[in-house]
Design a protein around this ligand. Structure first.
Ligand code: ADP
Length: 560
């Protein structure tokens, strides 16, 4: 059983890696000519770099040994030749850097910056590799023993690099995960800032943030330590390479097995590939980072919804609209239950307001109904049908969702209202808009329903956006409604308009609202207080106040 599982895991990993590589290649699409041009230029740069010490050596041993006249006669041509060579090198280098960046920028617009960085370095990596291999071939023709010693030192360098990199890879990956943990914490508390305040839960939020931030800092320190050890070791090895050449070269010269000019050539070639080695080592470092980042990026893209329709899933048939949560348990992460033994019934057509401290589990409770997540134990039913046994399509068609942050995309107001119902007629759109009280502010806009909104369009207020979202749901006309009330302050007029349009929308539909406003709470047929992932109190506003429990406490803190 165990071996079977690990074999499966290995297969999955292999398939994943192959997928990663293919995804990576796909970003080169349409850039082939640039890529070829870049490669040729990079090879030319490497060739010229390689040729220079060799030319000097030939000169020292041949021409320069022949006396002043011979030298003067050739020097002009030599100078012209060398200048031409370096002009070509300049042009190639320019091409590599300029077009390399342009290509990178084009790729970047399609994927991640880190990978662009890795790509950019690939060019230098190519130059470096050619230079190192070329140097060894040329040096081999000059002096075999010395070249072999250099090769040994270089192999040791590469081995060191591999070992250090394996360590760094682990640390970098961990680091990425930690920072995303911190980011989601920050987003969480920014969104919920007002709720956090109103429920006096600042200390809890602060402690949560501090924990994930500490973990991040800790892994960052380890990352820098790994980097420090790595780079210091490389500097030592490079120094060692120089010492080896000087000592061993001196010894060979003393024994008459090598000329001084040859030792100078060796020294020139070493300085030639100090940079490439640096580049290669830096590259592996950047590459590790990039792969860690890219893997996460692809992971997000490929994220399969875990939730699948049951093989025998049926269409949901809503007759009454009765919702029932029964002994529901749920955890985002194993071992950290968020919802525990939650029981909740919403009668057909009624509005239930969920209240309670931030992080208590209100949003989670709501997201279990359309099956954004699946319960771990217990069940949720709509008119007696378990949500896990119906098709997700029919389930989500039956549920209208108005979220706190309304997202408007680039397009007209009419298009935004018709989102999800592209076949809606202009009359239907207008009717939905009137019911949601969108009509009244749209009429004041010069372009009316054709006004462009979204990132690049007219800015609408939070209340106006929520009314557009409500209009969307009017058009969708689902029997069940989930409304996550905005926590941010709307101006009074806007708030009243949202309130009224929501009340109209809720009419005749079973509604669960995450309520932050007193008016919403008072309008609800019933209220459930959710604390620590379970229903701690339930009743009407008056009943709960009379009970003088949790609800009464929060109510007084928030509204009095
Ligand atoms: P509420 O809506 O009452 O503020 P939530 O349902 O958002 O409460 O959160 C309940 C708990 O679940 C909190 O501890 C929160 O940090 C955690 N939580 C919420 N969403 C996620 C998520 N996507 N992944 C992991 N934990 C989450």
């Amino acid at each position: 059983m165990n071996t079977e599982t690990s074999a499966q895991n290995a297969t999955t990993r292999r398939a994943r890696r192959r997928g990663l590589f293919r995804t990576f290649l796909s970003y080169y699409q349409g850039q082939v000519h640039l890529f070829v041009g870049d490669t040729i230029c990079a090879l030319l740069v490497a060739g010229i770099d390689l040729a220079f010490p060799q030319i000097l050596r030939t000169l020292t041993r041949g021409l320069f040994a022949q006396g002043a006249d011979a030298i003067m006669g050739v020097l002009v041509y030599l100078a012209i030749g060398l200048v031409a060579m370096y002009l070509l090198r300049f042009a190639c280098r320019y091409f590599v850097v300029y077009w390399g960046h342009v290509m990178g920028a084009r790729m970047e617009s399609r994927m991640r910056e880190d990978l662009f960085d890795a790509y950019e370095r690939t060019e230098f990596l190519l130059i470096g590799l050619v230079e190192i291999v070329g140097s060894f071939i040329i040096l081999g023709t000059i002096n075999v023993p010395l070249t072999l010693v250099m090769a040994v030192v270089l192999v040791a360098l590469v081995a060191l690099d591999v070992v250090a990199n394996l360590r760094m890879r682990a640390v970098f990956t961990e680091n990425r995960q930690r920072i995303s943990g911190v980011n989601s914490r920050v987003e969480d508390s920014l969104e919920g800032a007002r709720v956090v305040k109103s429920f006096a839960a600042e200390d809890v939020e602060r402690a949560k943030f501090r924990r994930s931030n500490d973990a991040y800092l800790d892994s960052k320190v380890r990352m820098y330590r790994a980097m420090g050890v790595y780079q210091a070791a490389i500097a030592v090895m490079m120094g060692f390479l120089n010492v080896t050449i000087v000592v061993m070269g001196g010894w060979l010269i003393a024994r008459g097995q090598m000329e001084a000019a040859d030792l100078a050539t060796f020294a020139l070639y070493i300085s030639l590939f100090t940079n490439p080695i640096d580049n290669i080592l830096n590259f592996t470092e950047t590459f590790q980072k990039a792969i860690a980042g890219f893997a996460r990026f692809v992971e997000v893209l490929n994220e399969q919804p875990d939730i699948q329709d049951a093989p025998d899933a049926r269409e949901l048939r809503v007759t009454q609209g009765a919702i029932s949560y029964s002994h529901v348990e749920f955890a985002y992460q194993k071992g950290e239950p968020v919802i525990r033994d939650l029981n909740l019934d919403v009668r057909p057509g009624e509005t239930l307001a969920l209240v309670g401290p931030s992080g208590g589990g209100k949003s989670t409770t709501c997201s279990l109904l359309p099956r954004f997540y699946d319960v771990e134990a217990g069940s949720i039913t709509i008119d007696g049908q378990d949500v896990r046994k119906v098709t997700q399509k029919s389930l989500r068609e039956a549920i209208g969702l108005v979220q706190q942050d309304v997202y408007l995309f680039d397009g007209t107001i009419a298009e935004n209202i018709a989102y999800g119902r592209p076949d809606a007629t202009p009359d239907q759109i207008r009717l939905a808009a009137q019911r949601a009280r969108v009509d009244e502010f749209v009429r004041e806009l010069p372009d009316g329903y054709e006004t462009q909104v979204g990132e690049r369009g007219t800015r609408l207020s939070g209340g106006q956006k929520q009314r557009i979202a409500i209009a969307r749901v009017f058009l969708k006309n689902p029997p069940i409604l989930i409304f996550d009330e905005a926590t941010s302050a709307l101006d009074n007029e806007s708030e009243a308009a949202v309130q009224e349009s929501l009340a109209r929308l809720a009419e005749g539909r079973t509604t669960i609202v995450i309520a932050h406003r007193l008016s919403t709470i008072k309008d609800a047929d019933e209220i459930a207080t959710i604390t620590d992932g379970t229903v701690s109190e339930r009743g009407t506003h008056e009943e709960l106040l009379a009970k003088n429990g949790t609800y009464a406490h929060y109510y007084r803190m928030q509204f009095e």
